[in-house]
Design a protein around this ligand. Sequence first.
Ligand SMILES: Cc1ncc(C[n+]2csc(CCOP(=O)(O)OP(=O)(O)O)c2C)c(N)n1
Ligand SMILES: [Mg+2]
Length: 577
Amino acid sequence: MKKTGAWLVRYALEQIGVKHTFGIPGVHNTETYDELNRSEQIRPVLVTHEGGAAFMADAISRTSDNIGTLLIVPAAGATHAASGIGEAFLDGIAMLVISGGIRTDSDKTYQLHEMDQHALLAPITKKTYKIETHEQIIPAIYEAYQIARQGEPGPVFVEVPVNLQLFPGEVSQTPPFVADSQETRLDHKAIQQAAQKLYEADRPGLFIGWGAVDASEETVKIAEFLNAPVSTTLQGLSSFPANNPLHTGMSFGQAAVPAAENAFKNCDCMLAVGTRFSEIATASYGVNPPENLIHIDINKKVFGANYPAAVTIEGDAKAVLAELFKTLQALGAPKTDNGALKSAIKADKAAYFEEWFKHDSKDRVNPARFFVELRKQLDDDAIVVADDGNHTFLTAELMPIYSARGFISPTDFNCMGYCTPAVTAAKLVNPGKQVIGIIGDGAFLMTCMETLTASSLDLGGVYFVFNDGELSQIAQAQEIPYNRKTCTVLQEAKFKGVADATGCEFISIKDDAACEESIQRALAYAGQNKPVIVDVKIDYSKRTRFTKGMVKTNLERFSIGNKARFVSRALLRKVTG
Ligand SMILES: Cc1ncc(C[n+]2csc(CCOP(=O)(O)OP(=O)(O)O)c2C)c(N)n1
Ligand SMILES: [Mg+2]
């Protein structure tokens, strides 16, 4: 039979369950856009910038069962999208990137959008496909989809030349999609060893990353059985419910909140699941996991990469943890300390909030007051999205997350600009949940136009812009060593203007007293499917534990000579200004 490439792309995307594509049309993909326009299942979503499209696709994969899918033009679309593709790659998020390609039936070169996209995208994708015939289209998209989701997930790129999309070509069959069965073989010997070590430990602890985000039922059972404290990575903030009394906070070293730092002080056996012990997860490698480290991950390359492990178990977190729990139960009775650990965690958490409440935010918004009010008003299953900056770590320390996949943020690629498009997309696929963003003003400036995409689709996301007038995470790091803020003080922007331009509601929160009513109003607008930009005049004068701890870790690592050089420059500049 004869089919156009555009028809084949649509058919394959429908078969794998795609519901939305994100991107901008150009001459190399309008034929496929036109096909999607006829699809009853797929809605092609127009964005304002392909960077936003890629962040949207990423958020689709993080907050739904669907795979985030891009439909972009070659070269210019791919380079714009590369930021979001890179984020998905380093954070282990599935993504399907479909781009048009230049004509392969022409003998001319210097074509429009001609470049080697595969060389560009190879380092930030699991695989790239360059389609050569109509016959290859369906199998390539099916395979790309499976590769994107199998093992440690990531983006896969498929280039479909425009001439194949436009013209019919011979295909022998159009098979339905049937997923490969993924059987997990469990390493029973290692699981037995792990259980033994955990059961015999005096102070076991759990460190949980995004890789275990769908296994929180199992981690809760194990933590409770062992009466062990639990800390999470930044990306894995939602992998363990913060309202469980064994939850301590993010990380566990000197950059962690006091509840986590104290609970893990004498940890003699650590169960780490779905984390790579990356730079962010460890606050610049400032943690010291015990010798008895049990490391579970679907990607065996992470074992021993940064910290040696006594036992490693390769496999899906949910399956391995379910078996580990059974094995633990067979060893004896659950551990107990008559609630001492839980009381200590509770007291440490309360004291940390007290410390923040006591901080004088003058006439600006105290971050702890803001987050306490927000938590009070949000549903337990709300989705909180953060961007990258000081606001991210404030969110991590002060905003407890209760539901799995209820927090997402750009982590290891650490790309500013993620949050606004991600809120828009998360709301698109989670219409029944509240979706709110915590966005630095600098990050908002990068992608704020994706609130237009939200208003055009009647998506009631709430965009809380933490307006401090600075690129604070960096400005804070400049303050002591340089005593000047080169290029980190932002030009004043009037965010009301953005709201007017994009058809969003606008609310301004100037002080603590305004938080309750303003958050209520914002959530009410969102409930009526109206996107809302909330300008929060936040106070950043108190540092997070993360920032303080990380600075300390890095300084401790400097050689004496370099330490002296930095300290003397800081002193000199303090004197000379
Ligand atoms: C694309 C990109 N550019 C630069 C950086 C470096 N960077 C990390 S955090 C940060 C500050 C972010 O400022 P803002 O969005 O205002 O958030 P704040 O720290 O003030 O909360 C910068 C510039 C980055 N992570 N990503
Ligand atoms: Mg800022």
